[in-house]
Write a protein that binds this ligand. Structure first.
Ligand SMILES: Cc1cc2nc3c(=O)[nH]c(=O)nc-3n(C[C@H](O)[C@H](O)[C@H](O)COP(=O)(O)OP(=O)(O)OC[C@H]3O[C@@H](n4cnc5c(N)ncnc54)[C@H](O)[C@@H]3O)c2cc1C
Length: 284
């Protein structure tokens, strides 16, 4: 039988030591809601499990000097009920509330959601729209910060090295976080993996849109920013013509696949419709 080691570090330093000790053979586990099914199905077969669940000091959510910081071990339930997140990013609050079911939300962490890097990872679009960054600690002791839009490399692929873990996600406070919207379309209203997700965040000078950030999930190999759409919104008084132009442009920015949940063509069509609604809602 294959040997499997199990370590449950009590702090970040112990976790880093374990990563060094089992370098190349270990998998970290946070809530286990992706990892356990993957291990059962044989999709992952590590030689060692480093269980991060005791690192409760990495589950903070705070705001200081205009920066919102979320520890990688913060769960969806903690994010969904956080006053800081509700005030500073209603779209992230909504996304956390819409992920899975209550049992899953009590275990599922934001670090695990991003590291698993599903194209449909539900915290990714709102965090991309907030221009979030990911703080990473390496087994060799180094620390680096990377903008979330440079973190994903494809389905279930990220820039994380095998001896690195996510410790924190941060974003700068926005002037008016309510100028935003979040849409998740699944096959059911609850407990559904996304067919399409959209998060929109606008910064306005009166009626003129100074800056727009539009992020999409489940319509490309990884969650993406729709930079062409953002360019069409910035510097404009947004009217129906602008919104129609955005809908036309987004078709070229996405590359959905057909899978058990929806066809590529359905995803394309529904993205255009939801994007128009999402821009209108963010403006309202
Ligand atoms: C019933 C059910 C419903 C679900 N519904 C949804 C849904 O609607 N939307 C959605 O997006 N997801 C959904 N999921 C998937 C899952 O719950 C989320 O992706 C969750 O956020 C993963 O977090 P976790 O802490 O459980 O990760 P884990 O399973 O512990 O880990 C997932 C991956 O991330 C890595 N990892 C974890 N933490 C870190 C870290 N700090 N640093 C580096 N790597 C790390 C692990 O090595 C592993 O590869 C669902 C899962 C289930 C079982």
């Amino acid at each position: 039988m294959r040997e499997l080691s199990y370590v449950a570090p009590r702090d970040l330093n112990e976790a880093i030591e374990a990563l060094l000790k089992f370098k190349g053979r270990a998998k970290v586990v946070a809530g286990g809601t992706n990892f356990i099914p993957d291990m059962r199905s044989g999709a992952v077969a590590p030689g060692a499990i480093i269980d991060l669940s005791k690192l409760r000091d990495l589950s903070y959510i705070k705001e200081k000097n205009g920066i919102v910081s979320i520890g990688a071990l913060a769960t969806m339930s903690e994010i969904a009920t956080s006053e800081v997140i509700r005030n500073q990013s209603p779209i992230l609050s909504l996304a956390a509330r819409r992920l899975g079911n209550p049992l899953t939300r009590n275990r599922a962490t934001v670090g695990g959601n991003l590291a698993h890097a599903s194209p449909a990872a539900d915290t990714a679009p709102p965090l991309l729209a907030m221009e979030a960054s990911v703080r990473i600690r390496g087994g060799s002791g180094g620390s680096r910060e990377i903008p979330l839009d440079q973190f994903f490399r494809g389905p279930n692929q990220t820039v994380l090295e095998e001896d690195e873990i996510i410790t924190e996600i941060t974003f700068a406070k926005k002037e008016d976080p309510t100028r935003s919207s979040h849409f998740k379309l699944g096959l059911r209203n609850a407990m559904a993996i996304s067919v399409v997700t959209i998060a929109v965040m606008l910064e306005m000078d009166g009626k003129v849109c100074r800056k727009a950030r539009v992020a999409l999930g489940a319509v490309a190999p990884n969650p993406i920013r729709a930079y062409r759409v953002e360019g069409l919104l910035a510097g404009k008084e947004i009217d129906s013509g602008t919104i129609d132009a955005c809908a036309a442009a987004v078709r070229d920015e996405i590359s959905p696949i057909s899978d058990i949940r929806a066809s590529a063509e359905y995803r394309k069509t529904v993205t255009l419709v939801l994007l128009q609604r999402a821009i209108r809602e963010a403006l309202a």
